[in-house]
Design a protein around this ligand. Sequence first.
Ligand code: KG4
Ligand code: ZN
Length: 335
Amino acid sequence: MSGPLILGIETSCDETGVAVVEGSTVRSSVLASQTDLHARFGGVVPEVAARAHVEALRPLVHRALTTAGVHSDQLDAVAATQGPGLAGALMVGFSFGKALAWSLEKPFLGIDHMEGHLFAPLLDHGAYAPPAVVLLASGGHSQIVHVHDWGRYELMGATIDDAAGEAFDKLARFMGLGFPGGPAIDRASDGGDPTAVRFPRALPDRPYDFSFSGLKTSVVTFLEKAKAEKSVPPLADVAASLQEAIVDVLVTKTFNAVEAAEVTTVAGGGGVLANRRLRARLQEEADRRGVALYLPSPALCTDNGAMIASAGTFRLGRGDVASWPADVNPALRLA
Ligand code: KG4
Ligand code: ZN
């Protein structure tokens, strides 16, 4: 399916992502990951992230255009993440995008990062359409959104403390598995028994909300006690069990929302949706209930420029063009 040619720029956190998207076709999507830069600090350092975006962005835009076989003159618009995210990091991509659009005399679109994650499934699944319930789970957010229509979002639930990705990251750091923690725990859980240790599932009385901060305490307490008693279970079992505790609540509460919203479409976005166990459990539950599940491919779950261009396509169609004085908004909220 063709559509406008949009250059998407994502710099809200620690990945510089640039893509050229035409309708729902990804013509190119390139990434400069800063993972190694931040790994020795065990988390993202905002100033380091912003500087790395400055270095990576210009060559990456060039590579995205070259790979797509597109000259910048052919673009219909430039889209960049406006928020939420790290102020300095956001400013790099937003200012670059705005200057590029200005020099090309093309519209500039400021995109909500979470709306980008909402649109990502569309790049793999043309049939994905509202009304839908969408689970957004990343390093900074865990939300359940009822998408009544594109652009009309209702926040049904959210985390009251840590985001799901943050829980993975903190637990992996504690267990010495490295950064980012999600992929490390995903790998470490290979062959492990998810029922080996029963870690708590928080907030059972709040159908759509999450809480993950207690899980860390519980894992730390469990491992310290097990060490003292010289009865530490195999790493794969611990990783699979804590992963199961996170996945369990994400799946249960997403489908609570599906039931309440009476939708037959469920989707997901954000880095945590790259998790193999979460994907399998969501699919199982969707099949059991006969609802359609649309998940982006793992590379489009984590931050990327294509999802920003995809949301940009919708915003351009609506005429939601950013004004030249527009600025980043690190605290931008979807709904
Ligand atoms: O969406 P994203 O790339 O960036 C934010 O917007 O935050 O999400 C990053 C988060 C990190 O916390 C990372 O540990 C988590 O997504 N993540 C995963 C997996 N891959 C990335 N969590 C669990 N399993 C994975 N395979
Ligand atoms: Zn994200």
